[in-house]
Design a protein around this ligand. Structure first.
Ligand SMILES: Nc1ncnc2c1ncn2[C@@H]1O[C@H](COP(=O)(O)OP(=O)(O)OP(=O)(O)O)[C@@H](O)[C@H]1O
Ligand SMILES: [Mg+2]
Length: 260
């Protein structure tokens, strides 16, 4: 479904990400792990065509369902983003407009991608919120982001991102801002969505424990390059570099349980 072929990404002249390749199939979950500044966000933003600061893919290619995303026109991007490919951020509260109610934002989002009535969009929003096990969806739709907890806001972000049953979901540290119990719940819900919709997920995480628990594939980055990549069991069973070993030794527990 997604094939990243040996890409180089530059912000100015110096390459920030080099020789990065990975393949993701339908319903697979891949984790992108590595220390701060290693280039994880840069990679997923490149997949979504949303590199900030004048960033560019200067070599290689990114294929989605066999077609190069790098050739997309702005119009093609608008149609793809939020439908076939969508993204959730570290803190969905920051993405949601603080001065607007969840329901207004959700309804507008649905209606930019599909021509349905406001009341149908509202119902669809509530159904998605309930799908993420948010109680009383109608109340949430009438709330401002600050009235919800961090975990609730993150569920709202995931509910929105899943509305159009994306083939590919990109998640940049979706659970890092949350306590471990909520982290564990959200990780489980993302896995359920994968099972139900067949969504392929790339999740950026500092937490190799999260990666180990939820992913089929693990890609470890260091200084803009891949330092280990492969299927989870292979990486965890010791087929990895000294750097990954160090990350493994530093794994905290998830919901009170250690997964590695
Ligand atoms: N908008 C930008 N303009 C210029 N350089 C940038 C920009 N964003 C990132 N970079 C450079 O790319 C490098 C990788 O950044 P990136 O945000 O991809 O790392 P990361 O692995 O996501 O880190 P973190 O875990 O802290 O989120 C950084 O060291 C930075 O120098
Ligand atoms: Mg980042």
């Amino acid at each position: 479904m997604l094939e990243i072929q040996n890409i180089t990404i530059c912000y100015k002249d110096r390459p920030t990400v080099k020789n990065f390749s990975m393949t993701l199939h339908r319903a697979e979950i891949a984790s992108l792990v590595g220390e701060s500044g290693s280039g994880k966000t840069t990679v997923i933003r490149a997949v979504l065509g949303l590199l900030a600061g004048g960033g560019k893919v200067t070599a290689g290619d990114i294929l989605f369902e066999g077609k190069s995303l790098l050739k997309n026109t702005p119009d093609q991007w608008r149609k793809l983003r939020g439908t076939d490919v969508s993204m959730i951020f570290q803190d969905s509260g920051a993405m949601l407009n603080p001065t607007r109610k969840i329901g207004d934002v959700f309804v507008e989002y649905i209606r930019t991608h599909e021509s349905i009535s406001k009341s149908d969009a509202w119902k669809r929003g509530i159904a998605m919120l309930e799908r993420m096990r948010l109680p009383s969806g109608d109340n949430i739709m009438h709330s401002y982001p600050f009235q919800l907890s961090g975990g609730m806001r993150q569920r709202v972000g995931i509910a929105m991102a899943m509305t159009f049953q994306p083939k590919l979901l990109l998640a940049d540290e979706p659970t890092s801002a949350l306590d471990v119990t909520t982290q564990a719940q959200i990780v489980r819900q993302m896995m359920e969505l994968r099972d139900e919709y067949g969504t392929g997920i790339i999740i950026v995480t500092h937490n190799l424990g999260v990666a180990a628990y939820m992913s089929d594939l693990i890609v470890v980055m260091k200084n803009g390059e891949i330092c280990d990549s492969g299927n989870r069991d292979d990486i965890l069973s010791g087929n990895h570099s000294g750097y990954t070993q160090k990350l493994l030794e530093a794994v905290p527990s998830l919901g009170g349980v250690r997964y590695v």
